[in-house]
Design a protein around this ligand. Sequence first.
Ligand code: FPP
Length: 250
Amino acid sequence: MKNFKEQINPDKLPQHIAIIMDGNGRWAKGKGMFRVFGHQNGVHTVRKITEAAAEIGIQFLTLYAFSTENWNRPSFEVKALMELLVDTIAKETPDLMKNNIRLVTIGQMEALPEKCQKQLQQTIAATSANSGLTLILALSYSAKWDLTHAVKSIAHAVKQGTLKADAIDEITINSYLSTAPYPHPDLLIRTSGEQRISNFLLWEIAYSELYFSPKLWPDFSPEDLYQAILDYQNRERRYGKISEQVSEQE
Ligand code: FPP
């Protein structure tokens, strides 16, 4: 019996996978530990999943690392997450280089502590010429924040006369989002058994395939990722058309 990885069709890979990494807190609680212990172990999963995705040839991987709403968590948890982020990015930069991974971010970077912003800028610059996987970290991000920001910028452009209101279409809106440089996700994975979107990439997932894994994020393994990709490959993406039209195109 072939394992999940061996069954993946390399010609039908999702170009972009987005992941809602959920369940760190529950994982730690289940072990009688503090929530931060779950986040620390979540970082090991971030590394393993990023490397696995890069290795099989995924081009874009977006990870929901910190949402706009996460600022409302207890301050010591927010502080621990920010420190973990700085330490991890600093420590992982050589491995990102080794694996030809380019790091970028989406979200309100100005809201992050200065130390975080500096480390991110450094690693983003260092990895900018890498041509393998693009790792997109969503930080202080929410889809409603991004859409609100885009609407404001569009309104300013109309007011200044550089954009005509009648000319606004989906391409215009897309171009004002922080996700504009990247293709929309083909596959969205959420771990921990929860089945909701939590203000993540609302515009961009209009036609994404959704996959919910019962595994808590620290337990989510490369095999689980391969299983999600296989599940995706066995689905038919119709984009509003009927099955016969889709098979004619193939
Ligand atoms: C969700 O679990 C996880 C987060 C809010 C943070 C994710 C952050 C990491 C994995 C570590 C830092 C990331 C990088 C990229 C270095 P939860 O706390 O909501 O878990 P729960 O639902 O069980 O409470």
